[in-house]
Design a protein around this ligand. Sequence first.
Ligand code: ADP
Ligand code: ADP
Length: 235
Amino acid sequence: QPFVDFRDVWLAYNEELLAANQFAVEAIDLQIRQGEFIAIVGPSGCGKSTFMKLTTGLRKPSIGSIRIDGQPVNGPVKISGMAFQSPSLLPWRTTVDNVLLPLEIVEPYRSNFKRERKAYEERARQLLQKVGLGGYEDKFPWELSGGMQQRASICRALIHEPKMLLLDEPFGALDAFTREELWCILRDLWTEQQFNVILVTHDLRESVFLADTVYVMSKSPGRFVVKREIDLPRP
Ligand code: ADP
Ligand code: ADP
């Protein structure tokens, strides 16, 4: 049974668009197996963010169905962690407290957070070590570079051991050196913990370097036109 299962999914953003057959994405049929790392590439406006909104349950398909981990998607999916192009850390919180944030907000973690804070904080500090932020755990965001903030935002996405990590252009704003370093860190974390990854990117090289499977989306309306399994030796 696939971990993510899109069956002929179409989405129009509102009733008028639907009546006019104006779909933001159409005919999305996609199965992702447990632990698979997929990348989605395509031009701006082709429907990548729309695909992510469907995957997180923030939007319902106009037509078709989506199941994740065997469950029909019905409202926000809590088994995923997310990171975006901008790290958006809270400026009044230290690095480690930013990483812990999802646990303080999202049920069921919130109910246990006070009691289990020590264990979670230990995990947050270990994650920060792994991404090269050892020594920066108790600094504030303004004391970190852009690349360092992005590392922290990936830790924040992984703190609750999600089954799925959703990444929307997470390395887009970084210089080439930092970007490639973060690629390797992400692959290491993924190899170790085997969560699913859905990565949206404009960077074809990034998609081929990181993903098991690359999907290319065409513009207007968004539709997957190419699927390539990448079978390269990994560093
Ligand atoms: P991408 O992430 O690939 O840049 P999007 O998924 O954001 O593309 O957009 C796909 C299409 O859906 C575009 O034509 C965009 O204008 C349209 N779209 C996105 N969000 C909305 C919205 N909230 N209402 C109406 N149309 C939207
Ligand atoms: P950038 O995001 O600017 O590309 P990186 O995240 O690659 O930078 O950081 C490069 C290195 O520079 C870091 O590993 C760190 O040692 C150092 N560094 C960057 N910004 C700071 C800072 N504000 N305080 C201390 N060291 C920093």
